[in-house]
Ligand binder design. Structure first.
Ligand code: ADP
Length: 508
């Protein structure tokens, strides 16, 4: 019918606005490489390229019992991790909600003594023997031996200026926390002081960023002999940390007050903070929907890469594109044929309170539903529109249009993700050596990448789109793309943090 043809044409037009073709990918990779380089040399650049003081990745043979805690937002997680030394581990954990009043306490002591108390409870519950024997000795004036002390990795997901492997100054609180006296203080020292008051056999050995945890967790569990190159998160936000040659991190190595780190490996893990890649939009796409999303965000002009890639934003981009279509009276989306000038006859109904009309109203999981729906007439998609979004009796043609636009938003996000991955693979130099010249990829030639986050885990075809774009990058091509292995790395703030505590423990 003319209606369905008109609709298909409109959907195609909007989907085309999200095209990010081979040329765009190549240009963006060049820009990413430039910004990486700049970030390694000086402060205040688009890619922050933060030195993490972690100078080695694990190879799966690491052993021992470690602890990890994670203060992320609503919960505080405590775990102990037994590394078996054969790429496997066992993890015991507990989780408590942070009481609201502690998030805005008068003094940081109130919050950190609560955290130490949770560590004590955990030890009593899960490591009772160890706990009581060391506590007893302390109380009777005895010493706790070095090997009896748990090294602990502290994942602290607030902005800190890291100045050592277990030293970082809090820059500002986010996510509803507000405790003035903690600003500018070393959060590891704050936690250690409270742990010491309780005489716990625990040392805060490492301050951990979640992307570094992802990289470490993957490197330990990865099947390959060669260590993992990159840990990347595609969840609420997006970020990556990778293994860099130490002598390229000149802003650290040539600084007088660079802090203490192990120079012997010649490498250091760098936290890119790539969410702010190309904030000045030299190479990033910028549709009317991206512009509107940014203008109405709490931080316009900032995190511009993240705003096109991560779970927090993709649903909203789709929503703005759909609302844009609906505003055009000539576009028949969600309008029945008979109702072109009179909604009364419309079979499709949009509830007046539909999330479609509210900022952040569409969740990124809806894009996954669109991409994963293979049922006849897009039944799943239409059910979701009805159930979750108050849009009832959607026709198959309308669903098809929504599906096409959603797919374009998701595909663009994956191709942008490939830009970051490609630049880091190229920069590593690992493509320049190959032990195998036959078509087969030998285990030694694998370039391993660990990923985490709902988007990469649940969006159907995310990795396929990433790979397609990687092949289109000249320096990578089909041969290079085959060498890239991408694997899910679960639990960076547990086992990953434990592994950082392990490497840190050998330096402290
Ligand atoms: P976090 O990054 O906060 O640790 P997640 O990795 O679970 O947590 O990411 C949460 C984000 O992923 C949210 O923005 C949410 O919209 C998005 N999300 C949740 N489920 C899905 C899904 N099935 N497909 C795509 N995105 C999803």
């Amino acid at each position: 019918t003319t209606r369905s043809m008109a609709l298909a044409e409109q959907a195609k037009r909007v989907a085309a606005e999200f095209e990010f073709d081979k040329d765009h990918v190549q240009k963006a990779v060049k820009e990413f490489l430039r910004e990486m380089d700049e970030g390694l040399q000086k402060e205040g650049t688009e890619l922050s390229q933060i030195p993490t003081y972690v100078t080695a990745v694990p190879n799966g043979t690491e052993k021992g019992l470690y602890m990890a805690v994670d203060l992320g937002g609503t919960n505080f997680r405590v775990c102990s991790i037994q590394l078996h030394g054969n790429t496997t581990f066992s993890l015991t954990q507990s989780k408590v909600a942070i009481p609201r009043e502690l998030m805005v306490a008068q003094t940081s002591k109130e919050l950190f003594s609560f955290l130490a108390k949770q560590i004590e409870n955990f030890l009593k519950q899960h490591h009772e023997e160890h706990y009581s024997s060391t506590i007893k000795r302390r109380e009777t004036g005895g010493q706790v031996k070095e090997e009896e002390i748990f090294n602990l990795g502290f994942t602290f997901s607030f902005p800190v200026q890291q100045i050592g492997i277990n030293k970082g100054l809090l820059m500002r609180w986010t996510k509803g926390f507000d405790i003035a006296d903690a600003i500018g203080k070393d959060v590891c020292a704050l936690l250690q002081a409270e742990i010491d008051e309780l005489h716990l056999p625990v040392r805060v050995a490492a301050l951990v960023n979640d992307t570094v945890g992802t990289l470490m967790a993957r490197s330990y569990t990865s099947p390959g002999k060669t260590g993992t190159l990159l840990g990347a998160i595609f969840g609420t936000g997006t970020n990556g940390a990778y293994v860099e040659k130490l002598d390229k991190v000149t802003k650290l190595t040539q600084s007088k007050d660079g802090g203490i780190y192990d120079k012997s490996t010649g490498e250091m893990i760098v936290n890119t903070e790539w969410g702010s890649f190309d904030n000045s939009l030299r190479t990033l796409p910028n549709t009317p929907y991206d512009i509107e999303l940014d203008e109405k965000s709490v931080n316009p002009g900032i995190q511009m890469f993240e705003k096109r890639v991560s779970g927090m934003f993709l649903g909203e981009i789709l929503r703005l594109a759909l609302v844009g279509l609906l505003k055009d009276p000539k576009v028949p989306l969600f309008r029945d044929e008979n109702s072109a000038d009179n909604d009364v006859h419309s079979t499709t109904q949009i509830h007046q309170d539909s999330p479609l009309y509210k900022q952040w109203g569409i969740d990124t999981s809806f894009l996954s539903i669109c991409a994963g729906d293979t049922s006849a007439g897009w039944r799943m998609l239409r059910q979701t529109l009805d159930k979750d979004y108050g849009i009832s009796a959607v026709s198959a043609e309308d669903a098809e249009a929504v599906r096409e636009i959603a797919a374009a938003v998701g595909r663009r996000a994956a191709r942008l993700s490939a830009v970051a991955i490609a630049a880091i693979v190229i920069t590593s130099g690992r493509l320049d050596t190959a032990s195998s010249t036959s078509g087969e990829v030998s285990e030694d030639d694998v370039i391993d990448i660990g990923v985490d986050g709902s988007l990469v885990e649940f969006y159907p075809g995310f990795e396929d789109h990433v790979r397609q774009a990687l092949r289109e990058v000249e320096e990578i091509g089909e041969q290079g793309e085959k060498r890239v292995r991408i694997g899910i790395a679960k639990d960076g703030s547990g086992v990953g943090a434990a592994l950082i505590a392990l490497v840190a423990g050998s330096v402290l």
